[in-house]
Design a protein around this ligand. Structure first.
Ligand SMILES: [Zn+2]
Length: 278
């Protein structure tokens, strides 16, 4: 029994290392790594950089927030453009003269480009995939095609070229990171978000939450598409902008925010939190 167990263990180790072993009578036995159909290199959704000539920037940047002592925050609105909410968000931004970053879904932009036509002068546009698929489950070629198709729509309808990419659901697989890297995107996640279910029917509460929680360099996640819960955010925007300005904050685009990041030795998150606490 001990010998059998040992052989089984060794067999497992070989399978784990190579993903391929020889079964009975010499029949090739192909097993996946950890039960997957294929090993996590040379394709699949955890693509490694196995063709180095394809890696443009071997060190893609992924940002949750900017390390800065400047009192700046960036509002981001995802998933649009969409009827109803996108025009209302743009109206609120216009009234307060606040710049924002819209992470657009390519298909939505191609269908609703009129909603943003001529209204983006102050704002930044980022890539949020073609139709909000979970790119972390797709291979490198598909992720690349998705990003390129979305970029083409952004160029066509806004005249901009996106340099920022936010993965749908904030999900990142190796193939997504590599596709973003190959195209020179900065990957942007977030450090704060709206809590529309917590503040159901209470835009003022949502606004107080954001104003109190903001820190220098915060990237704030909101949406300009989706269900009626978005109204909590949209109706609270004016109070958010007003409250943040009273605290001395400026609202900027994500690219402007990242440009303020310090290249000096970095304070820890606790130190960053302490800055701007009043
Ligand atoms: Zn999204």
């Amino acid at each position: 029994m001990a010998g059998l167990s040992r052989r089984a263990l060794l067999g497992g180790a070989v399978l784990g290392a190579a993903g391929v072993a020889t079964g009975v009578a010499g029949t090739p036995l192909v097993r996946g790594w950890l039960g997957l159909d294929r090993p996590p290199v040379s394709g699949g959704y955890a693509a490694s950089a196995d063709h180095l000539e394809a890696v443009a920037n071997p060190g893609v940047s992924i940002h949750y927030y900017a390390r800065t002592t400047e009192p700046v925050v960036a509002f981001t609105f995802d998933d649009g453009p969409a009827p109803h909410w996108t025009p209302m968000v743009l109206d609120e931004l216009d009234k307060a003269q606040v710049p924002a970053t819209f992470f657009m879904v390519g298909r939505n932009l191609s269908q609703h480009s009129a909603l943003v036509d001529g209204r983006l002068a102050r704002h930044e546009v980022g890539n949020h995939s073609w139709k909000h698929d979970d790119l972390a489950t797709e291979d490198l070629a598909r992720v690349g095609d998705d990003l390129d198709r979305t970029q083409a729509a952004i160029r066509k309808y806004t005249g901009r070229t996106a340099t920022l990419f936010r993965p749908p659901y904030g999900h990142l697989g190796g193939s997504t990171v590599l596709a973003a890297d190959q195209r020179g995107y900065d990957v942007v996640l977030w450090s704060m978000e709206m809590h529309e279910n917590t503040y159901k029917g209470d835009p003022a509460g949502q606004a107080r939450d954001i104003v109190a929680s903001a820190r220098p360099g915060s990237i704030i996640l909101a949406h300009d598409a989706g269900g009626d819960q978005r109204l909590v955010t949209i109706r609270g925007l004016a109070a958010m902008f007003d409250g943040l300005r009273r605290r001395g904050f400026r609202m900027v685009t994500v690219s402007e925010l990242l440009a303020t990041a310090s290249a000096k030795p970095l304070p820890g998150p606790a130190a960053v939190r302490a800055i701007g606490t009043r």
